[in-house]
Design a protein around this ligand. Sequence first.
Ligand code: NAP
Length: 253
Amino acid sequence: MINATGNPQRIVLFGGTSEIGLAIVAQYLAQAPAHVVLAIRPDSPRRRAARDQVEAWGATSVRLVDFDAAAVADHPAVVERVWADGDVDLAVLAFGQLGEAERLWHDQPRLVDFMNVNLTGAVSLGALLSQRLAGQGQGQIIVLSSVAGEVVRRSNFVYGSAKAGLDAFFRQLGEALRGSGVHVLVARPGMVRSKMTAGLKAAPLTLDPDQAAAQIVAAAQRGQTLVWVPGAFRWVMLALKHLPAPLFRRLPL
Ligand SMILES: NC(=O)c1ccc[n+]([C@@H]2O[C@H](COP(=O)([O-])OP(=O)(O)OC[C@H]3O[C@@H](n4cnc5c(N)ncnc54)[C@H](OP(=O)(O)O)[C@@H]3O)[C@@H](O)[C@H]2O)c1
């Protein structure tokens, strides 16, 4: 159960090596111990380090479950394994790939693989998790969307369109779950310094993973359904969204 102060007793992180995802887990563990399941690609070189970190942060237990976002046919079995030790209170979906739009839209098989990870994989898991959590009568989902999905840019339109789809699905999944005891928080960060953005020029309002995680966890504990990270992006994106296309096209985005 999530206790009165908003602390879950069992957390699963899909994309168990994600720097933002791990920072979210760290925030919760700093408040109260919890059992943690890390759902990670079997061939990720970061599996051991992620487990060691979560143990060092004081998790009551840490268990690894193999998980490939693109292997949607395996998702029901993955969810079964995640639930093997009992109810899960919080599921964090933090997997994703940034990709290069130019390369992807010229290469159909790669494009489809990319969408299977970033969009179809997330949607598939969202549906399965919702059923499990609603069956328990309680629980929370935090999903990592992006400001890139709110205003999709030419330079990043493949990633942006995957996030737009993910964002729309989870926003309305939260509505569909109203009254079930299950809450969905869609987090829309701007740029965060993680391995996903390593080597890229820092954009305005760039945060570290722990800064982003602190804002996301605070929003989850307040019961919000949407959080911009940082909050200023709400207004930046509102302005960008309403720019006429010829003007928007000229921006260095
Ligand atoms: N960093 C940013 O600026 C930013 C901004 C907005 C939103 N986000 C979103 O936040 C989430 C976390 O990103 P991050 O910054 O923490 O990046 P990250 O550290 O690179 O984490 C990405 C995670 O996705 C996992 N992953 C990739 N492909 C996968 C697959 N096929 N199956 C399962 N897991 C897979 C990676 O696992 P491996 O260890 O196997 O590679 C890794 O755990 C992502 O959804 C990202 O789109 C990031």
